[in-house]
Design a protein around this ligand. Sequence first.
Ligand code: GUN
Ligand code: FE
Length: 417
Amino acid sequence: MTLILKGNIISAEKYGELNIVENGYLVSNNGIIEGVFKTLPQEYQNNKIVDYGDKLIMQSFSDMHLHAPQYPMLGMGMDLPLLDWLNTYTFPVEANFKNTDFARKIYHELALKLIKNGTTRVAMFSSLHKEATLILMDELERAGICGYVGKVNMDRNGGIDLQEKTQESIDETIDWLKKSNFKHIKPIITPRFTPSCTNELMEALGKIIKEYNLPIQSHLSENTSEVSWVKELHPDCPEYFDTYVKYGMWNNKTLMAHCVHSSPRELKSMKDNGVYVVHCAASNQNLMSGYAQIKKMVDDGINVVLGSDIAGGDYLSMFDNVAATIRASKARNILDNWETGFLTVSQAYYLGTSAANKFFDEKPGFAKGNKLHCLILDDSKLVSARKLTIKERFERSIYNRQDDAIISVYSEGRKVL
Ligand code: GUN
Ligand code: FE
């Protein structure tokens, strides 16, 4: 079925450049983009057009790192650095997801909120609970979200309420994989981070990754105490990332959140192996982890995508997270004596949208052949002193929170809002 959306079309085909087609046509067929056109080609003339008038039609967002079971603690407990924050606030909240009724309620709401905020693709951490993880996948699927969800593995340092036995963690993971039969939500192997997983568990997960050909997500070099702790736990590994390399968790289907304190060697290995840095600007500031060298990483050719990292991050909206990314890049520039530069709005928007397309085996922007993921933004309630260009309207929409401004969302061609 052909779907034609008409409006002011904005996409980021190249890092730092916006493609803007005023009063243009975004054409898709069975959920696959055919193209963006200034005038509608003859072959589509007889198709029905969904006319969004003067509204903005933009690429929707990919949130490539967030913790679903931390949604109930959004905006709370921001007064401790990472390791104390995990033990004091986070692990006790995640332990509640043993209760499947509670999980259903929270995950239903989270899935709807994601769509409402224009996030249509995710790479998400669940908790260690298999049943709750399947409920999360089911709720995301029903809401129309695409991407990956991981049952978290943790068999050490979680305390009594949030820790598995090693064999149990392996068996539950295999059983979860067998039950993960969803069309748009796929499993991703998720060792929480090196301090949470014994070598035995990591080895077993490495074998599962190989056998089932699965992607991987975890945390890396987020906080200096964490980095020192990993060195103590793994005297055989020169650096943190070697603990993932060792178990076959380091390739172009690997998402590593944070990388604030990655060494030049760690970063070079990320580049050489196509590993993704998931930058979580809000979280890194809230937990006082630090300011990552994001602009430099992108300039050096490393794959960089964005994550809200709720509830280390305090907002689900990727509009907010793109703005936070820009601000963090400016703080980094100040710390670097104004020598390293900062991200522009269009560069940060690219990271929140197109950069993740590669992880989903697609081209940047609204490229022909990509699946249709977009949102329609009605910014007409914002006041202005003069008539604004489309680019200006786009830029202020990134910074300005506008309640209910997202009036429609399409995810893999389906109208989900
Ligand atoms: N490292 C290990 N677990 C977590 C988590 O839940 N959040 C963050 N920000 N870092 C982590
Ligand atoms: Fe995280």
